[in-house]
Write a protein that binds this ligand. Structure first.
Ligand SMILES: [Ca+2]
Length: 105
């Protein structure tokens, strides 16, 4: 069994693997299958990411802020797969950093 760090690195360093993971995660979160994440879908998604990082689920304001940051491409107030990939990559980087910080302890 690879460690969580190895698993993260193998996905982050492999564009194809990352694409597959992102697609899978996106379709899990896109509950109505619309191909876009609306505010409530994004809220669920961020709650899962936050749980991974041991931080509380985000408030509605935080969710809106995230959508505002991510949704620069088309400005439709929803998050597309490409926008989601940016978020996922950032979350993986944070996760990796946390793992490395724990290793240093
Ligand atoms: Ca949707």
């Amino acid at each position: 069994m690879p460690s969580k760090k190895e698993a993260l690195l193998s996905v982050m360093n492999d564009e194809e693997k990352f694409h597959a993971v992102a697609q899978k995660a996106f379709s899990d979160v896109d509950q109505d299958g619309s191909g876009k994440l609306d505010k409530s879908e994004m809220k669920n998604c961020l709650a899962i990411f936050n749980k991974d990082l041991d931080i509380p689920a985000p408030s509605d304001e935080t969710v809106e802020k995230y959508i505002g940051i991510l949704d620069e491409g088309d400005g439709d107030g929803m998050v597309s797969i490409d926008e989601f990939k940016i978020l996922l990559k950032a979350m993986m980087e944070v996760n990796l950093m946390m793992i490395e910080m724990e290793e240093d302890e």
